[in-house]
Design a protein around this ligand. Structure first.
Ligand code: FE2
Length: 387
């Protein structure tokens, strides 16, 4: 595969690519591809995209168990009914199909949560992590206690077992525990477990419209006290949407200071939040513009690919970015560029940061030079893994 007259960081280059990785970069106009070679002309190159938040154990189940109300609570209930019947083969097959859909849309790093209520699913996704590594896909697995760790006997033990089995990150869901105090307890246990096993942390945090759900500040304080900010991600943080502005300003400052990354999941959040509102109906999205302005780290996740919570996922991260710029009023020229750029820079932060486009590293090719055109069309890049 040869790229001719392609933009790399504002400079035109020619590039030789094999199996999705850069072989050599030449000045534009200096490379003569051999007869019959696969060639892409123009466009631009970046690092491939990274998905910071999805649930591969539940993917492609939406049709099997339709969410009749369209609510978060029914999604959780439907999933709880399906979970005991999961087999390793079923989880592997659905997850693999979804990984392939991600790669087809230019994404080669995927962080998936796995519900620790099913150690069958945990083991299936840990095995899949090794299987797809051979194809150049980096999969991270988060031990996610969908129904909390303190609400019922056995849940904490299963969560700890999932981490012991080899999950990359410790998950939590503090707003789903019985009380605010137990939510705080669950977070201390999360940091303790991550420290004990030297794991990262990825919390489903304040995924509610309740302005009194205030776990994000606790996570930032714990991250600061324990020096772990660069290893912590908080997904959703939708309660922040509804905080009083002075409180939101304080928390956002703390997020930026702590180094905790906030991952917005606009596709799910716009339909799952605001369900207790009549009109006006809240958008259920974290405050991305204010987080950006404060210098905080933000990621954009897809969250659901045809699962019990959201039937419409495509594994195309540009869909999530497209939804985000609409819901977040992020349609200034600079903000739209930044939304696309997030997919191939800060979305890599859970994986240790994006690799530069350089010999030996993976690369993605976009047909459009203008990132806003890519966003408008949701025209994802090619990663050329097989060319
Ligand atoms: Fe999620």
């Amino acid at each position: 595969m040869f790229l001719v007259g392609t933009e790399l960081d504002g400079t035109l280059v020619d590039m030789e690519v094999a199996r999705g990785k850069v072989v050599a970069i030449h000045p534009a106009g200096s490379l003569v591809p051999p007869e019959g070679a696969v060639i892409r002309r123009g466009g631009r190159v970046t690092a491939p995209l990274a998905e910071p938040h999805v649930h591969l154990d539940a993917t492609l189940l939406g049709a099997r168990s339709p969410n009749r109300s369209g609510t978060l609570r029914e999604g959780i209930a439907n999933w709880a009914r399906l979970r005991p019947g999961l087999t390793k083969e079923d989880v592997r097959e659905r997850a693999m199909m979804t990984v392939e859909a991600y790669v087809a849309h230019g994404t080669t790093r995927i962080r998936t949560h796995v519900d620790t209520g099913s150690l069958v699913a945990v083991e299936a996704l840990l095995a899949l992590r090794d299987e797809v590594a051979a194809t150049g896909v980096e999969l991270q697995v988060v031990a996610f206690p969908q129904e909390g760790i303190l609400r019922a006997p056995g849940r904490r033990e299963a969560w700890e077992e999932a981490v012991r089995l080899g999950c990359d990150a410790v998950g939590a869901i503090p707003h789903f525990e019985r009380t605010q105090a137990e939510g705080t307890d669950s977070l201390r246990l999360t940091f303790d477990l991550a420290e004990r096993y030297d794991r990262r942390i990825d919390v489903h945090c304040d995924e509610t419209d309740d302005p009194h759900s205030r776990h994000l500040e606790t996570i930032c304080a714990l991250a600061l006290d324990r020096g772990m900010g660069d290893r912590v991600v908080c997904g959703h943080c939708t309660a922040m949407h509804s905080y009083e502005n002075p409180h939101a300003a304080k928390v956002i400052e703390l997020v930026a200071e702590s180094g905790v990354q906030v991952v917005a999941n606009p596709l799910d959040n716009v339909v799952l939040q605001g369900r207790y509102d009549s009109y006006p109906r809240r958008r259920g999205l974290t405050r991305v513009d204010q987080l950006w302005d404060a210098g905080a780290l933000v990621g954009i996740g897809h969250d659901s690919v045809q699962d019990p919570w959201y039937r419409l996922g495509t594994a195309n991260l540009l869909d999530a970015a497209y939804m985000l710029v609409h819901l977040g009023h992020l349609t200034s020229e600079e903000q739209m560029h930044r939304a696309v750029r997030t997919l191939h820079d800060q979305n890599h932060r859970p994986f240790g940061g994006a690799l530069p486009v350089a010999p030996g590293n993976p690369v993605a090719w976009w047909a459009d030079t203008d990132p806003v055109e890519s966003l408008r069309k949701r025209a994802a890049p090619e990663v050329m893994a097989h060319a």
